[in-house]
Design a protein around this ligand. Structure first.
Ligand SMILES: [Zn+2]
Length: 299
């Protein structure tokens, strides 16, 4: 017993400094192959993650996740290199939010073609002169409107715009053969929405976009932030999230009719069914705020 404890202490002391992510006990980054696939990987760095697909003709990567940490991007490329010598041919941006897409320069320098939704490019162009953080954002080389399929080395990746949700430049990425999706930020697994759902034009359109995703042909989805236990989302998770938004909307609508929007509703409305979900305590009031604006102020 004593010997084992000593070994444990030695292992911790000998672990490379920085290999353990300070806020938790999980490593700073990890790369894993998605179960049941031959060539689909999840790269995680701290609290963000991306999907990459390896083919005999090159790699399709997504979101560089490099805001404030260029080392995440070089680590991402190094992790891909451990799996294959093939070059990264494409880098797909899920949506324009910097925490997911800043830092793409090393990918671009390595020859990757950057693809994003047309609204993402338009947003980034507008921000270009206004914001110092934009210096670490690389503009897309090519844009997608409603839909586009990328084919490389026997793999197809379908990029779809399903409307305005967490962003009006969101692309849902689907691997038809693997029945897998990469869905960033708008369908959390067992979690409420982010704060007061900024960058969203209409919560009802948001709900419609989730219905469109549910209607697609797929079995599991990878999220842009690690889900509980690192698991993938299922259709049931997407349906549960839609139900959450619909329940929230109905409750807030009642509160709006009773004159309780915005502040009293933020304090009073509880959705006990979802109280175990991630960020329930912190962000439910702000989710309520978003729907209060919709149902009591018309925006
Ligand atoms: Zn986002």
């Amino acid at each position: 017993m004593k010997f084992r404890s000593l070994m444990l202490v030695a292992a911790i002391l000998l672990a490379p400094f920085g290999a353990v992510f300070a806020q938790g006990q999980q490593p700073l980054f990890s790369t894993r192959k998605v179960d049941g696939t031959d060539n689909v990987y999840i790269f995680r760095y701290q609290g963000h993650q991306s999907m990459f697909v390896v083919t005999p003709k090159g790699v399709i990567a997504t979101d560089p996740i490099g805001r404030y940490r260029p080392e995440a991007v070089t680590t991402y490329l190094a992790e891909i290199k451990k799996v294959t010598d093939q070059p990264v041919k494409y880098l797909i941006y899920s949506h324009p939010h910097y925490d997911h897409i800043a830092g793409a320069k090393p990918f671009k320098d390595a020859g990757a073609r950057i693809i994003a939704h047309k609204n993402t490019k338009a947003r980034l162009v507008k921000l270009q002169k206004a914001n110092a953080l934009m210096s670490s954002v690389v503009l897309p080389d090519e844009t997608v409107d409603a839909k586009k399929t990328i084919s490389l080395g026997g793999t197809s990746l379908e990029l779809s715009h399903v409307g305005n949700n967490h962003s009006d430049g969101m692309l849902v990425m689907r691997l038809p053969k693997e029945k897998l999706l990469f869905v960033v930020d708008f369908i959390p697994v067992e979690g409420v929405q982010f704060r007061n759902m900024p960058d969203n034009g209409s919560p009802l359109e948001f709900e419609e976009s989730i219905k469109k995703v549910i209607a697609m042909d797929w079995d599991r989805y990878i999220t842009g932030h690690p889900s509980p236990g690192g698991r993938l989302g299922t259709k049931q998770d997407a349906k549960d999230h839609l139900a959450y938004l619909q329940d929230l909307s109905a409750e807030v609508r009642k509160a709006a009719d009773a004159g309780k929007c915005i502040d009293p509703a933020m304090k009073e409305i509880k959705l006990a069914k979802y109280e175990k979900w991630g960020q329930y305590e912190a962000w439910l009031p702000m989710n309520i705020e978003r729907y209060c604006y919709w149902w009591s102020n018309g925006y």
